[in-house]
Design a protein around this ligand. Sequence first.
Ligand code: RIB
Length: 309
Amino acid sequence: MPFPIYVIGSSNTDMVIKTERLPVPGETIMGGSFMMNAGGKGTNQAVAAARLGGHVTFVGCVGDDSFGHATIEQLTKEGIQTEFVQVDIQQPSGVALINVDANGENSIVVAPGANASLLPDRLEEFFNQLQRPAIVLVQLEIPIITVEYIIQQCAVKSIPVILNPAPARPIRDDLLPYLYAITPNESEAELLTGIPVNDTNSAVKAAQILHRKGVSKVIITRGKNGAYWSDGKSTGKVPSPIVHAVDTTAAGDCFNGAVAVALSESFSLPEAVAFACKAASLSVTRMGAQPSLPTRKELAQFKSVHHHE
Ligand code: RIB
């Protein structure tokens, strides 16, 4: 039986406009197309994991408004457990304004709203009930104090935590030894280690620094250049399948949801990274955050050709 996966994090409604290029400050660009869809790093990762076959519970906080109600309804439709989703009647649900250019690159502004209300006291009941075996997946779109609390509580219960340190924010070094795995992208890896990460050599160095700080497994995602992984003894790099990128939003979320599913099914680390690279590549071929996330069946049918750095 695969382990249950608990994704603790944010949910947003994404307002997305696709245009040729991203605007510069003060500029208006006409002629874009608009879509509104479910997003937020926490729920994106939960939905990615559920579509790929994980047994998923989402833990987060929404506002008492139409976006918040729609979020809970959507998660339920995806087969995700929502009994630990809280409603803050004083805050609006999270919203993200996203611009996507012709190459699929984006810029995102987030108004966290109720996501910022997910403080440790809202998780006490959840941790009272949480039991092994389980995997916890968490990101940095909720208060840092809550992320620290989650890592500490999971350490007490010997439950593995995967930290996706996105969006890039500093975290306390003394918490790193309690992580099962960390999954930064290149810029997040730079923030955590102080060295620019832009090729395999620098990814190797960054992973070594993170191991020295006590992290057991490091996975550095490198977009179309794939991912580098290290467990301190073995290391490897996995290429990304070549795809036509339409929208890279939530590619990292798809990767993390996929890693959680693979580990919940006891895949080895390199197998988990390969599974996640394939899922994330497929997600960038489609617009939107949650609309782009593939199912296990779609992944099985995805025939891929690989990049070599
Ligand atoms: O990682 C992508 C997500 O970041 C978007 O869905 C947006 O909501 C922001 O949280």
